[in-house]
Design a protein around this ligand. Sequence first.
Ligand code: ATP
Length: 513
Amino acid sequence: MAQQEDVFKKIVAHCKEYGFVFPSSEIYDGLGAVYDYGQNGIELKNNIKRYWWDAMVKLNENIVGIDSSIFMHPTIWKASGHVDAFNDPLIDNKDSKKRYRADVLIEEQIAKYDEKIEKEVAKAAKKFGDAFDKEKFLATSVHCQEHQAKRDALHARYAKAMNDNNLEELRQIIIDEEIACPISGTKNWTDVRQFNLMFSTEMGSTADGSMKIFLRPETAQGIFVNFLNVQKTGRMKIPFGIAQIGKAFRNEIVARQFIFRMREFEQMEMQFFVRPGEELKWFEYWKKVRLNWHKALGMGDENYRYHDHDKLAHYANAATDIEFRMPFGFKEVEGIHSRTNFDLSQHQKYSGKKIQYFDPELNENYVPFVIETSIGVDRMFLSIMCGAYTEEVVGENDTRVVLKLPAVLAPVKAAIMPLVKKDGLPEKAREIINTLKYDFNVQYDEKDSIGKRYRRQDAIGTPFCITVDHQTLEDGTVTIRERDTMEQERVPVADLYSIISKKTSFSELFKKL
Ligand code: ATP
């Protein structure tokens, strides 16, 4: 575990050192849980957004995109339930004065039982080798059964407390499980209180005439309130979806773990409108489609899993998360929710406007049901960084840090390097850049030895390094080095376009979906 924490620290440091992510307002000592993206980070982030946007909007003829405002009429948040129910249960440790989310403390405790079982299994697998039968072992090991029984009992108690909104019981679980504050090590806890996560501000100039408005905590409501606009102007027929990428704001109680939990972040959300009664079928459909989207990036299928929700949000009748194995455990990257017709019905009620769809096949009006897929750009970014960060031993006494990013997402696709800064090689390198720059993000690099330049590009995940040498001037060939294998090959300059595009083009990736 400690080792994994070290890895995470290294990833955070790497993000800063190589221009991916900087703490916001750093020269003023930063601002809690707010971050800025640097020159490489923005490229990676834009590529993630493009992968999502095109997979939704370009590949599905029944999904269209919008871009709604961050500021919205305040009644929207009353109708959506956020004013009354967008709360997290918080608890303070009286000794360290640190604040925690009570639900997170308990979920981590549940995860500890899971880890204990996994450890027993790993130990036994090692002992029995090929003859090991996991199912049989789980069914017969006394230790595993004890852990499982404790886990299940805790899980049931926790789920009930959350669903009943029973704050005292949440506190009692923390006491009974003897959960200690990781900072002070004590179990001296305050009561559990609810805390609303929405930021608010004033709109309008005078104090009397101004209106309290909220910074949106999710982009979804901008889609719901535009449902009729899009359906009518786009003549959309159910089932259809509306996609949006945009900023969201939450005054998170516990904002640690870098860009995993931010106060200002970006979401990519798609609301899919379906016939009442068909929502669970579409929920299953989107669960599969979304997991496949993640897996197509080739970061290892074993690093993803579903996690079904214990406590359903006030609007949902089914919900699952797609989790990725971060250095600090499996964590939610995306949520898929069956939101029923809650949001549209609420907006119909609060606005007094009819929000319905006339289904020509059924010959009836109804308020559509909704399946939502909601993913955080920043969390996706973090999962990619964590999955890609690799320290490798290369030869004796030599190591390299390489970001094994999916090539389509890499900030720079190829670096073009003249072997030396003379003899016309820089000019030739620039000439090559001029043929590639319209299609790819390419970089010119002439500083330091070739070895150092390779390492710099490895550290930002550049799939190809292309070296221009004296032979290039004679026969029009260059060496091209591949990031992961470090293999070098001599190829004609004329082949570069097809070599780079084969590996880095979105179309190859989309064909896997
Ligand atoms: P959590 O339980 O981690 O607080 P959530 O279940 O409240 O997350 P949703 O409301 O389902 O999250 O939001 C959808 C997605 O938006 C999440 O899967 C996550 O990727 C992203 N997200 C939510 N809150 C944050 C945040 N504070 N910082 C970064 N990304 C976030």
